[in-house]
Design a protein around this ligand. Structure first.
Ligand SMILES: Nc1ncnc2c1ncn2[C@@H]1O[C@H](COP(=O)(O)OP(=O)(O)OP(=O)(O)O)[C@@H](O)[C@H]1O
Length: 270
């Protein structure tokens, strides 16, 4: 299958310095991210997964190397790693969505306003934005009775679902997720993973960092980061439902994906 590259990291290095030492977290890393993929970054704690995600998304700058954004409509490639801070912020706003382990909702705004405030960064059409915000909230089962509630009046799982909606309100070309289920219980983890799978199924490109095999299984391409480089990667095809679910018509395929991923991670020493 021919896939379009939307983001390229070339010779990417990131070094953190403090008074006494330098820590080389990413080392000459090369990577293409493809449109429509659900790309997962795994690796041990401290291997540089979040650092890589932040560099790719323009939240942080590489020490050396380049990040080039090609976009989805054949626009001219742009080297975002040399953008000014303002331009980089504009790039993030217009092309990227974010979900983190913590939901970072604004406590003093309703669920709906949290979503709409993000949406207003890219549109002035309030009516259309309100309609889309409500529709997206409905799609993650945050119904009308909860739209005006403040985050503290919602459960942790509901809060994270609002945060996912906020992450995609601007129709980002890439949704970056850093341990989006890391703070959730099992049921809420499943809910959020289902939402991410549904988004990806609709064509949303996703790059997600996770420690959890259950979350990683939602991806089609799994990268394994070790000591600042991509040790290896595997393509397991799109998610085909739960491998343990006997009512899943694609259970055999799902089991095969699961086995491939487990074998890959075992090979990586995970
Ligand atoms: N802003 C920073 N300043 C200094 N060191 C940093 C900074 N950000 C990350 N590091 C260091 O870089 C290394 C990699 O961190 P990073 O958060 O990318 O790892 P990770 O693989 O995402 O880890 P985890 O799975 O535990 O979240 C760690 O040793 C961390 O302490």
């Amino acid at each position: 299958m021919n896939r379009n590259v939307i983001l390229t990291a070339k010779d990417l290095s990131k070094t953190f310095s403090n008074a006494s030492e330098q820590q080389h977290v990413l080392k000459n890393l090369n990577l293409d991210i493809y449109q429509g993929d659900f790309t997962v970054i795994m690796g041990n704690s401290g291997s540089g997964k979040s650092t890589l995600l932040y560099a790719l998304s323009g939240m942080d700058r590489p020490s050396l190397g380049t990040i080039t954004y090609t976009g989805t409509n054949g626009t001219r490639p742009e080297e975002i790693s040399k953008y000014s801070n303002d331009r980089l912020a504009r790039f993030r706003r217009n092309h990227c969505g974010f979900v983190f382990q913590q939901n970072y909702l604004n406590d003093s705004m309703s669920a709906l306003d949290n979503v709409m405030v993000s949406g207003m960064l890219t549109t002035k059409n309030r009516k259309e934005l309100a309609d889309r915000s409500k529709e997206l909230l409905q799609s993650v089962e945050i119904g009308e009775k909860d739209w005006k509630k403040f985050p503290a009046q919602l459960s942790g799982g509901q809060q994270q679902r609002v945060a996912v909606v906020r992450g995609v309100i601007n129709r980002p070309e890439i949704l970056f997720a850093d341990e989006p289920t890391g703070a959730l219980n099992s049921q809420n983890t499943n809910n959020v993973l289902e939402i991410l799978s549904a988004l990806n199924n609709d064509g949303q490109s996703i790059v997600m960092v996770t420690h959890a095999i259950r979350a990683a299984e939602r991806g089609n391409r799994i990268l394994y980061l070790a000591d600042g480089v991509i040790l290896d990667e595997i393509e397991i095809g799109p998610y085909r439902g739960d491998y343990k679910d006997s009512s899943n018509p694609q259970q055999a395929e799902a089991q095969e994906r699961h086995r491939k991923l487990k074998d890959f991670l075992a090979d990586m020493g995970w």
